[in-house]
Design a protein around this ligand. Structure first.
Ligand code: PSU
Ligand code: MN
Length: 336
């Protein structure tokens, strides 16, 4: 299967694995920094589909205890649809791929004590043996090292509003340009500048796929952004085939698979939009910037909507997990 070949290093996309093989026959093909849970190890060894999950959404993206409950539910949905879930976090100097119940709970309670870890922070968090919650960027790196080509989350980071002055562009976007992992998400939140985010992804060579009936790029809480996505694919099999070809021709880029929020949860989106505007004003008044910006905005939007945004957020993450599991399953059975 595709997963088995990634593991064996016979796919050009699995650059780290191939490098180990060339440099030394003795060194195990897996980085010594990676610690696979028994369940994830077994699935990968057998070439079974695995879906990676991030941990910043747990520590910084949602309040306790809904964050841990959601993390568990999402893992259950992935399993129910035929793949093995692998939540990723940096613990005690190791990149943990697949977390136990205690580790999930620890992350959920840690909140901002956990370090929000994107590519920039990986080496420091590991060498300092700190607790690191991986962002989309950090999770893509870890997933690729472990040989997992697909990952489910809520929303990706993007180009922030006002980026022409602040240069605040999420490391998620450059990661998508350099690491071959497909990120299944509900698009990006309108806390961001969505037209600029799509422009930046084009520059980085990242295919953005609107999944399902509509060709529009979804805007997280709303299925509509008014922007058309460059690609529209209808089925898990078509997406899996795109990922497969991306590997076969050796492109080192990731993909954004944007799944619109289920329509029954999209109703609150105009109310949430108002809260986003308020939160953006508050962030500016309080001088919130850099890596604090996104967590601040997420938290304020939950507070300002009295939890309505959290309900929508949980629903869309669960939906994305289902879609990612179906894509992974299709990919695992595919030949090049
Ligand atoms: N957007 C969300 N929920 C999240 C995040 C973004 O709707 O939890 C998190 C993800 O971990 C993402 C990170 O990778 O925020 C982006 O942060 P920044 O904008 O600082 O790059
Ligand atoms: Mn930033």
């Amino acid at each position: 299967s595709t997963f088995a070949r990634i593991r064996r290093g016979s796919l050009s996309s699995a650059a780290p694995v191939i490098r180990h093989r060339c440099y030394s026959q003795v060194v195990s093909s897996l980085s010594p920094y990676i610690r696979l849970s028994p369940r994830v190890k077994e699935a990968l060894d057998n070439g079974e589909p695995v879906v990676a999950l991030e941990s910043t959404i747990i520590s910084h993206g949602m309040p306790y205890p809904q964050n841990v409950e959601t993390a568990r539910l999402v893992e259950g949905i992935i399993a129910k649809h035929g793949s093995t879930p692998a939540t990723i976090a940096l613990i005690d100097g190791k990149i943990n791929v697949g977390l136990g119940e205690e580790e999930l709970e620890r992350l959920g309670k840690s909140g901002k004590l956990a370090i929000k870890t994107s590519r920039r922070d990986m080496a420091a968090v590991l060498s300092q043996r700190r607790l690191g919650a991986t962002t989309v960027s950090g999770t893509m790196i870890a997933a690729h090292m472990a040989g997992i080509p697909i990952f489910a989350t809520g929303g990706i980071g993007g180009v922030h509003r006002g980026a022409e002055l602040t240069m605040d562009i999420s490391a998620d976007l450059t990661e998508l340009g350099r690491t071959p992992v497909a990120v299944v998400c509900a698009g990006a939140k309108s806390i961001l500048d969505l037209p600029k985010t799509l422009e930046y992804l084009e520059t980085q060579g990242v295919p953005v796929v609107a999944y399902g009936d509509a060709a529009e790029f979804p805007a997280f809480f709303s299925p509509r952004s008014g922007l058309s996505a460059p690609w529209n694919l209808q089925t898990a099999k078509e997406v899996a085939s795109l990922i497969r070809v991306n590997m076969d021709i050796g492109l080192q880029t990731g993909q954004v698979i944007a799944v619109p929020i289920p329509s029954e949860y999209a109703g609150a989106s105009s109310e949430i939009e108002g809260a986003i505007e308020t939160a953006l004003c508050e962030a500016e008044q309080q001088g919130i910037k850099g890596k604090e910006s996104t967590p601040f905005l997420l938290k304020r939007v939950v507070e300002l909507t009295g939890g309505a945004s959290l309900t929508a957020n949980i629903a869309l993450v669960k939906n994305n997990a289902r879609v990612a599991s179906q894509i992974a399953k299709s990919l695992a059975g595919m030949k090049s």
